[in-house]
Design a protein around this ligand. Structure first.
Ligand code: DX5
Ligand code: ZN
Length: 238
C-alpha cells in the first residue's frame, strides 16, 4: 500500500510536501483538507525531541490522530537522538515513511534496516554541514535522501546558499546507481529558492512556512508553478 501510494505520485514532476510544523495546530484537520484540495499527496511530519535539536514538537500520538483523518502519504522526519526506540510506535501510528538523521550516535544503517523490516519506506537526512558521501553505506536500503537546507529545529528559516550543490551530489550518486531513491530538500523553500533546488535534482520539496502563512491552496499552487519547468531532465524515477 505504501509503495502504491508513492508510485501514484506522478502527476507532477516535482512533489510538494507540506510540513505541518507551520500549520495551525488548533485546526489541523482543516489545514490538511486544504493540502488535499491543492492536490498534494504527501504530508511531512517533523518530530523533534529537544535533544538532537533544541525544539520539541509532535510524536506518534499526533501522527496517529492525523492518520485517522487523511489518506495522504505520511512521511515522519525524526530529528531525535534515539530513533530506534520509537520506530514501532511510529509504525503503529500509521505513517508510511520514516526518515532518520545520519548524525545520530547509533549506527544509522542498522536503524534504516529496522525501518525496512517494519514494512515502511526509509529515508536518511543530513544536516547542512554533513557531507552527502556519508550516506553511501545505506544507499541500497534507502527510499529517500533528505537534504536539510537549514539547521534542523525550526520552521521559517532562510535557505542556506550552496545547498543546491549537495542536492546535485545526491542526484548524481542516485543516478549513478540507477536507483529510484527520491531526493527531498527541507528548509527555507520558497518560490525564490524552489527552482534552484528542483534544477539541482530534488523531486520532493518540503515546505512549511511558505505554505501555511495565508491561503494554503494558493501558496501551494504558486510553489508548484515556480517549479513547473525546472530545466532539469526528469530523473529516471519519473
Ligand atoms: C525544520 C524542519 C522542516 C521545516 C521546514 O527542522 O525539518 O520540515 O518545517 O519549514 P520551512 O519551510 O518553514 O523552512
Ligand atoms: Zn522536516
Amino acid at each position: 500500500m505504501n509503495t502504491d501510494k508513492q508510485e501514484g505520485l506522478d502527476n507532477y514532476q516535482v512533489q510538494i510536501a507540506p510540513s505541518l510544523l507551520s500549520a495551525d495546530f488548533t485546526c489541523l484537520k482543516d489545514d490538511i483538507r486544504q493540502v488535499e484540495a491543492a492536490g498534494c499527496r504527501i504530508l511531512h511530519l517533523d518530530v523533534m525531541d529537544g535533544h538532537f535539536v533544541p525544539n520539541i514538537t509532535i510524536g506518534p500520538v499526533i501522527a496517529r490522530a492525523i492518520r485517522r483523518v487523511t489518506d495522504l502519504y505520511l512521511g515522519a522526519h525524526l530529528m531525535i537522538e534515539e530513533p530506534a526506540r520509537y520506530l514501532q510506535a511510529f509504525a503503529d501510528s500509521g505513517v508510511d515513511e520514516i526518515t532518520i538523521h545520519q548524525e545520530i550516535e547509533a549506527d544509522f544503517v542498522e536503524v534504516i534496516k529496522e525501518i525496512k523490516s517494519l514494512g515502511l519506506r526509509a529515508g536518511v537526512s543530513i544536516r547542512p554541514k554533513t557531507e552527502v558521501s556519508v550516506i553511501k553505506p545505506a544507499l541500497r536500503y534507502l527510499d529517500l535522501i533528505l537534504i536539510m537546507s537549514v539547521e534542523p529545529g525550526f520552521g521559517g528559516q532562510q535557505f542556506i546558499p550552496g545547498s543546491e550543490e549537495k542536492i546535485r551530489t545526491a542526484r548524481s550518486l542516485v543516478d549513478r546507481e540507477n536507483s529510484d531513491i527520491i531526493i527531498a530538500v527541507d528548509g527555507g523553500i520558497t518560490i525564490e529558492t524552489a527552482p534552484a533546488a528542483a534544477r539541482a535534482g530534488a523531486t520532493e520539496l518540503i515546505a512549511g512556512n511558505v505554505i501555511f502563512e495565508g491561503d494554503i491552496i494558493k501558496n501551494i499552487e504558486a510553489l508548484r508553478e515556480s517549479v513547473a519547468d525546472p530545466g532539469y531532465p526528469p530523473p529516471k524515477s519519473f
